[in-house]
Design a protein around this ligand. Sequence first.
Ligand SMILES: [Zn+2]
Length: 306
Amino acid sequence: MQVAERQRSATRGAAVWASRACIFTVDVEDWFHILDLPSAPGIEQWDQLPSRLEGNFLRLLDLLEEAGSVSTCFFLGWVAHRFPHLVREAARRGHEVASHGYAHRLAYRMSPLEFYRDALKARQVIEDAAGCPVYGYRAAGFSLTSRTPWLHEKLVEAGYLYDSSVFPARRNHGGLTGAKREPGWVRTPAGEIAEFPVTVVPLLGARLCLFGGGYLRLAPLGLIARMARRVLREGRPVIFYLHPREIDPEQPRLPMPVARRIRCYVNIGGTAHKVATLLRQFPCGSFLAWMEDAGWTKAEVGCASK
Ligand SMILES: [Zn+2]
């Protein structure tokens, strides 16, 4: 489909998706997949560590189900290789299965070729586990930056239809402060790809994301809800993101500086309840469902269950 046609379709679909314009996303990884931390174990050690993923992930799927919502689950390829039944379970329950790369490496620390190979391997492993195509990608740590101008092109070459790696605000790993805030198509020499930037709002003189990470866990529920309604009024989807470890107060803690520890673990005990409350006010769907509603794609969600 040409860009103009896609844009016309998107406009036509806008009224349809207004009622399900919130998207819930889960980066499916374990408690030890913390980026850029000297004490974090390397990939050669991951197999030997006690995993807490299954319990946390299934609890999160239950929570979504109780709220009548579905999500996009960005699986690490390594997770899909080790726990293929969790990929199948997500697809069986109607969630969209997508890719978080294979080895959880920051995009800007890889060459374009290394990035392409990691993204391709992840897609293949996750598709094998799910038994259905994978369309979406999210880089570890939202690490699409000015140092990775090739990232979208490599994703098209690796077979992806959309990306959600742009963090249009300041951030430790990555961050593109001046980036567009709305979803749209990106043209690359290899073809087009849709980009869904993480949702940010202007607050206290800066762009902030209240819908994932430390801010979601720390900010008052009323403020998050008010800002979500404002984003919806502006015609943008609200994109929430969460890791299964963020609802697990019992997880082992990695040694790290105090500021980082606060960011990683603040209010983990209250997050499941907070997310459940938000989901009651803001029912969520997946990226692929949003794209279908907007007329951006005819791809189907939850194909493994069919
Ligand atoms: Zn991650």
